[in-house]
Ligand binder design. Structure first.
Ligand SMILES: Nc1ncnc2c1ncn2[C@@H]1O[C@H](COP(=O)(O)OP(=O)(O)O)[C@@H](O)[C@H]1O
Ligand SMILES: [Mg+2]
Length: 356
């Protein structure tokens, strides 16, 4: 078992700062998800932890050891990649046994460990098969088993579910979480999928342009984002943003935008350009002390809830997530309110969060 520490970790490829001086402490046994859009430096970070890529600057610690210059094989890590790379000519048993055979582990010990690991990831009944005859989910489990069998202290996974179909991906999320609960090893999991990050992580590390934007528990990141990038990255559909201006007001601050103005009690007075952020589930179809008229321009039933696009006179429509029972038709005139306690404000220039 071991935790991981990254100190000012940097990787430069030519003119690209792929990873730009990140500091991160991952306690032993934590399930950490690195998440961010394509090209933000996730894979490069993971490869540096694995020893597959040498840092330009900075240090990596695993447990008490500074491993920055160590070979991958010396770091006792298990890595699962996006592409499975099972050996097609070998049985499932031989695929899982392969890393142990390289280490010249005795045959009875190999048989015992392959059996234990196969039970853990539910592939015990597939040991005689060849990879070509497996479903996507089965092949993914075999790849996991092959990593597990060497009993690594740290698991590194780079988008391991991205080749699976949507339903299987959701099932495997649950299985990986169970596996982590059973093993209590340190998991570092990379994905561009915010839903995977939210559902699996003990802690999420949000990356953008080679830098860490925020580190926090899933609901912290969702409810209390550090900046506009993080706010917009999490949540489906995405948070609504309205561009406007903040002005001092006797009750706090007043946000003023085209066709929408709201007094935000308790907000400190920072005058200047600002964006108001509000999640779809915090827009209500109701009259209130401050409500605004809108035309329903589009309706998207999700089954359990319904998305309603509201044209209120601003430059873009506002999306509300409402009860599926709500009676609605395109063209309806409806009033909406915002849950003012859930409104977030961002600096109109930097995108940084303006805290009340
Ligand atoms: N071997 C490489 N040579 C040059 N540029 C690279 C190399 N690997 C990654 N990059 C660049 O570094 C940035 C981060 O890449 P990567 O870590 O793969 O991002 P992610 O995994 O988040 O999609 C990207 O701009 C990518 O083009
Ligand atoms: Mg990647």
């Amino acid at each position: 078992m071991a935790g991981i520490q990254l100190e000012r970790l940097t990787k430069v490829f030519g003119a690209t700062r792929a990873v730009d001086g990140i500091d991160l402490t991952i306690p032993d046994g934590e399930f950490v998800v690195l998440v961010g859009p394509s090209g933000c430096g996730k894979t490069t970070t993971l490869n540096m932890i694995a020893g597959l890529e040498a840092p330009t600057a900075g240090d990596i610690w695993i447990g008490a050891a500074r491993v920055t210059d160590w070979e991958p094989g010396e770091r006792s890590l298990g890595m699962v990649f996006q592409s499975l790379a099972l050996f097609p000519h070998m049985t499932v048993f031989d695929n899982i046994a392969f890393p142990l055979r390289i280490k010249r582990v005795a045959a009875e010990e190999i048989a015992r460990r392959v059996r234990t690991v196969s039970d853990t990831v539910h592939v015990g009944h597939l040991l005689g098969k060849r990879p070509a005859t497996l479903s996507g989910g089965e092949a993914q489990r075999v790849a996991l088993a092959r990593t597990l069998v060497v009993q690594p202290t740290v698991f590194l996974m780079d988008e391991p579910l991205s080749s699976l179909d949507a339903k299987l991906r959701v099932e495997m999320r649950t299985e990986l979480k169970r596996l982590h609960a059973a093993l209590r090893s340190t998991f570092v999991y990379v994905t561009h999928d915010q839903a995977e990050a939210m559902t699996m992580a003990d802690r999420i590390v949000v990356m953008h342009q080679g830098r860490i934007q925020q580190v926090g528990r899933p609901l912290e990141i969702y409810g209390d984002p550090a900046n506009r990038f993080v706010a917009g990255f999490f949540g489906v559909p995405a948070m609504n943003f309205v561009e406007g201006e903040l002005r001092p007001d006797t009750n706090g601050a007043r946000f003023v935008a085209q066709a929408l103005g709201a007094t935000l009690p308790g907000q400190s007075i920072v005058a200047g350009p600002a964006s108001l952020g509000i999640r779809p589930e915090h827009v209500r179809l109701a009259d209130g002390r401050e409500s605004w008229p809108a035309t329903v321009s589009l309706i998207e039933p999700l089954g359990d809830e319904t998305l309603v696009f509201l044209d209120y006179g601003g430059p873009a429509s506002l999306v509300a997530k409402v009860d599926a029972e709500e009676k609605l038709a395109v063209g309806d005139r409806r009033s909406f309110t915002l849950r003012l306690d859930r409104v977030l404000l961002f600096d109109g220039t930097t995108g940084g969060r303006i805290m009340g």
